[in-house]
Design a protein around this ligand. Structure first.
Ligand code: 1HE
Length: 262
């Protein structure tokens, strides 16, 4: 497939089965303008079949200052709804897409930047990372799916606190609350993100699909529907050729054990 034309604010690199997409507008602290968000959609829509996992990271001192406020000031109310719906479409495309996405965060992870990170599957934070939702003080509201995704991560009460008071959470607080899954030293995030992405890329695609797309649906269903959907998904996964080969490999002592390495 031909390389998609992406805006200057995005850079792409490939490492085997991993694609790395980098927010590259550090002079504006990676503020998310329309070109960048639409570029992310194009990037995910045109991923080649050989890509099994994506790492999202950012250049400069900050992951993202959130929505590009210079673009917002010209929007009418109707435009505002349409704009927010575009973010919803694109972030949903990432969350329920074909490949898992590992985000590496550092510095400011603010507003729409946090909404973007929350739409991805694994989050690695460097120690400089800090989180904020300053929408209250800017006279706006989250519009990139934050009010749907973030309460599921940290609870509605904490999100109310973030939005009403403009407080920040540091990297360690974010780790304790579930905003990140991994906390690493400064400058170590990308290597960790790639290591995790490689591990994910080695899974069966059927299992990865079920984990990304089915598990979140089950978690929001009533128990009875959840159990039925789980049993169907389990049966489909274990009936796949990948499962048969992988289980055979384990039983023949050709596959890795699950050991805790300290
Ligand atoms: C921006 C933006 C932006 C920086 N939109 N241009 N987000 C916010 O309320 C966060 C606003 N930004 C900041 O608080 C600070 O910029 C930072 C703490 C992230 C970084 O500070 P610093 O001192 O390193 O950089 P700076 O000098 O403030 O900014 C550098 C340039 O980036 C400057 O432009 P310049 O032309 O004067 O060089 C800034 O104007 C520009 N810049 N952040 C536009 N956000 C889907 S709804 C989601 C709703 C939200 O995301 S609300 C959160 C908005």
């Amino acid at each position: 497939m031909a390389k998609p034309s992406l805006p200057k604010s995005l850079k792409v690199a490939r490492r085997g089965a991993i694609a790395i997409v980098t927010l590259a507008r550090p002079e504006k602290r990676n503020a998310l303008n329309d070109a960048t968000v639409l570029g992310l959609e194009r990037f995910f829509d045109t991923l080649s079949a050989g890509v099994k996992a994506v790492v999202l990271n950012a250049e400069g001192k900050h992951f993202s200052a959130g929505l590009d406020l210079s673009e917002l000031k010209v929007l009418s109310t109707e435009d505002g709804v349409a704009h927010s719906r575009v973010w919803h479409r694109i972030f949903d495309r990432i969350e329920f897409g074909r490949v898992p996405v590992v985000t590496v965060m550092h510095g400011a992870v603010i507003g729409g930047g946090l909404e973007l990170a929350a739409a991805t599957h694994i989050r690695v934070a460097e120690r400089s990372a800090y989180y904020a939702l300053p929408e209250g003080s800017r006279g706006i509201f989250v519009g990139g799916g934050g009010s749907v995704r973030l309460p599921r991560l940290i609870g509605v009460s904490r999100m109310i606190d973030l939005m009403l008071t403009g407080r920040t959470y540091g990297a360690e607080e974010g780790q304790a609350l579930g905003l990140s899954h991994y906390l690493v030293g400064e400058g170590e995030g990308l290597a960790k993100g790639i290591e995790i992405a490689k591990r994910i890329a080695g899974n069966s695609p059927v299992s990865n699909f079920a984990i990304m797309n089915v598990l979140p649906c089950i978690a929001e269903q009533d128990r009875a529907s959840g159990f039925v959907m789980e049993s169907l998904t389990a049966a489909i996964a274990q009936g796949s050729g990948e499962a048969k080969n992988r289980i055979k490999a384990f039983l023949e002592k050709r596959a890795a054990k699950v050991e805790r390495k300290l």
